[in-house]
Design a binder for this molecule. Structure first.
Ligand SMILES: [Zn+2]
Length: 121
């Protein structure tokens, strides 16, 4: 692990950004230097993964569907979720895709953010 602040160049937009010791500590999941600036990294999924919105999820049957970025629906089962127990329509999730006998399915589904709350009247 580096012990100094570093100037890095974003691979996507080319902006130069400062990656501080505090940033490295705060982002314990990614100890390596990031390849994208803060703005771009919030847009991009990690390697090999996709982002999508929960279309619907049935908590009692423990499965649902995610709308992929290309518009297709992807089957998602509770046993393949990381952490998030109860997804709701509109939640932003990140996931991998696995081909199964019955078609593509989401794996390692991680909740990124809840659907924005609706305005109170
Ligand atoms: Zn960038």
């Amino acid at each position: 692990m580096t012990l100094t602040d570093e100037m890095l160049v974003c691979e996507r937009c080319g902006v130069t950004f400062l990656w501080t010791i505090e940033d490295s500590k705060a982002d314990a999941e990614r100890p390596d230097n990031p390849t994208h600036c803060m703005g771009c990294s919030s847009l991009l999924p990690a390697g090999g993964r996709e982002r999508g919105l929960v279309k619907w999820y049935n908590p009692s049957r423990r499965y649902g569907f995610i709308s992929r970025a290309d518009g297709q629906d992807l089957f998602a089962h509770r046993t393949r979720f990381e952490g998030a127990t109860r997804l709701q329509p509109g939640d932003l999730v990140e996931f991998g895709v696995e081909e199964t006998d019955r078609g593509a399915a989401a794996v390692d589904v991680r909740l990124l953010s809840r659907r924005p709350k609706e305005k109170q009247p």
